[in-house]
Design a protein around this ligand. Sequence first.
Ligand SMILES: CC(C)(COP(=O)(O)OP(=O)(O)OC[C@H]1O[C@@H](n2cnc3c(N)ncnc32)[C@H](O)[C@@H]1OP(=O)(O)O)[C@@H](O)C(=O)NCCC(=O)NCCS
Length: 203
Amino acid sequence: MNSQLTSARVSEYSTKQLSERTWRDFERLFETHPAPGAYPCWCMYNHRCGPEPREKRDSRAKWIEQNHRDKEALVEKGRSHGILVYAQGEPVGWCQFGLSEELPRIEKNPKYLKPTSESGRRLWRITCFVVHKKYRRRGVARIALKAALAAIQNEGGGQVEAYPIKRWGGYQKYRGAVSMFEKEGFQIVAPLGKSNVLVRKSI
Ligand SMILES: CC(C)(COP(=O)(O)OP(=O)(O)OC[C@H]1O[C@@H](n2cnc3c(N)ncnc32)[C@H](O)[C@@H]1OP(=O)(O)O)[C@@H](O)C(=O)NCCC(=O)NCCS
C-alpha cells in the first residue's frame, strides 16, 4: 500500500537537463520567484569566484539582468548544468551541478576542505536547489538530486561533493538537506560553517 502511494507520487514528476532547448523553462521557474534569493541570482553566484559584478552606482535591476544574461551565455557555451523537475509540464524544481572549474566559488571559503587528489578523477559539485513554494516537502529536491547524479555518472563520474544544511533555519538551505545526500551514499567529510557540512561520494 505504502509503496504504491510512493510510486504514484514519484510519477507526478519528470526531469530534463538544462540546455538551450530547456532554457525557457529555467527562465519560467526563476521568474515565478520561487525563493527570495533565486530570482536575482539566476544561479550565477557559484559560477564566480570573485566579487559580484556590480558597481555601487548600478541599480538592482541592472545586476539581476546581468546575472540573467551571464547565465544564458554559459548555457549557450555548454558551461552551465542542472536538472529541471517538471510537474504536469511546468518547471517546479532545479538542482545545479557542474565541474569544479565551472563552479569555483566554494574554494574562496576558508572553511572549505580541499579534496586530496583521487587518481586524477574529476571533481563535481552540486551547489544549489530551488523548489517552487507550492511544491516543497514533496520530494522534488530528492528527485532533482537523483537525476543530477545520474547525469554526472553519464558524463563519466568522478568525485562528487555538496554542502547541505544540517541545522534548518539557516539561509543555506538552498544547498539541500544532509539526509538527501546520505540516502544517496554520500559521507560527511567536515563541517562547513555553523549550519552546513561538506559531503562527498565517488561515482
Ligand atoms: C530546501 C529546498 C530545496 C528543499 O526542497 P524540497 O523539494 O522541499 O525537499 P524534499 O521534499 O525533496 O525533501 C528533502 C529532504 O529535506 C527535508 N526538508 C525539506 N525542507 C525542509 C524544511 N523546511 N525543514 C526541515 N527539513 C526539510 C525533507 O524532510 C527531506 O528529508 P528526508 O530526506 O529525511 O525525508 C526547498 O525548500 C527550497 O527550494 N527552498 C528555498 C531554497 C532557496 O532559497 N533557493 C534559492 C537560493 S539562491
